[in-house]
Design a protein around this ligand. Structure first.
Ligand SMILES: *Cc1c(COP(=O)(O)O)cnc(C)c1O
Length: 239
């Protein structure tokens, strides 16, 4: 087994155990490989080990990898922050976008989604811990945007995404995931087709699964530690 295959088997085992404790079917949790900073060759090895869904944060980096791996049927997810002047690349290259937090971005994605592709799967990003500098919607703003996005012809609204503030205390760690689940349940009264809670990373995936995560976005536990982000730009050194 490759190094990646071993790491992936360990993460899948962890997901299975978290599901067992929560009384959930592991088939209901998708493992999304958060592959920012990893070179295309590493993603190719990961694909060979059975990993099909990859999440990328930085468009330029993602475009290069998508081109290099065009021979593989990878499912590409955009999980970074999306500026409204960069929507076309996401609309034409990705299957999912997790970070929608404005109607402007959503409208542009819908307008730019090619007719030859299925609708773009979309999650609204919620600033669930109420952090001042964090991307995402105030929870109170979510229902109105969900109604608007659900009406866009070339987007398929699937659910909610969040990146809670890290917490050492397990009770505090679970709280924001519970609030995101409750918010999704509220939306499901008007939008019963919503089926996605994109929440949980390497450090908190057990808590996220306990609260109903259907997509966990895992980087470090699959690929090892990343080089630190540039403190001025927040960007990681490019692979
Ligand atoms: C990097 C990243 C992840 C993965 O984080 P790890 O802690 O390395 O598992 C998940 N989601 C988003 C949005 C990310 O940027």
């Amino acid at each position: 087994m490759s190094h990646f295959a071993l790491k992936r088997a360990a993460v899948q085992q962890q997901i299975a155990e978290a599901c067992r404790r929560a009384g959930r079917d592991p088939a209901g949790v998708t493992l999304l490989a958060a592959s920012k900073t990893q070179p295309a060759a590493v993603l190719r090895e990961a694909f060979a080990a059975g990993q099909q869904a990859f999440g990328e944060n930085y468009l330029q980096e993602a475009e290069a990898k998508i081109a290099a791996l065009a021979d593989l049927p990878i499912e590409w997810h955009f999980i970074g922050h999306l500026q409204s002047n960069k929507t076309r690349s996401v609309a034409t290259r990705f299957a999912w976008v997790h970070g929608i937090d404005s109607l402007k971005v959503a409208r542009r994605l819908s307008e730019q989604r090619p007719e030859t592709l299925p609708p773009l799967n979309a999650c609204l990003q919620v600033n669930i811990s109420g952090e001042a500098r964090k991307a995402g919607l105030d929870p109170a703003a979510v229902p109105a945007l969900a109604d608007a996005v659900a009406g866009l012809p070339r987007l398929r609204l699937r659910g909610l995404m969040a990146i809670p503030e890290p917490a050492a205390d397990p009770v505090l760690r679970r709280e924001p995931f519970r609030r995101l689940r409750q918010l999704l349940e509220t939306l499901q009264q008007n939008h019963p087709e919503l089926d996605t809670l994109s929440m949980g990373m390497s450090a908190d995936l057990d808590d996220a699964i306990a609260e109903g995560a259907t997509v966990v976005r895992i980087g470090t536990a699959l690929f090892g530690p990343r080089p630190p982000a540039n403190p001025m730009t927040g960007e990681h050194p490019r692979a």
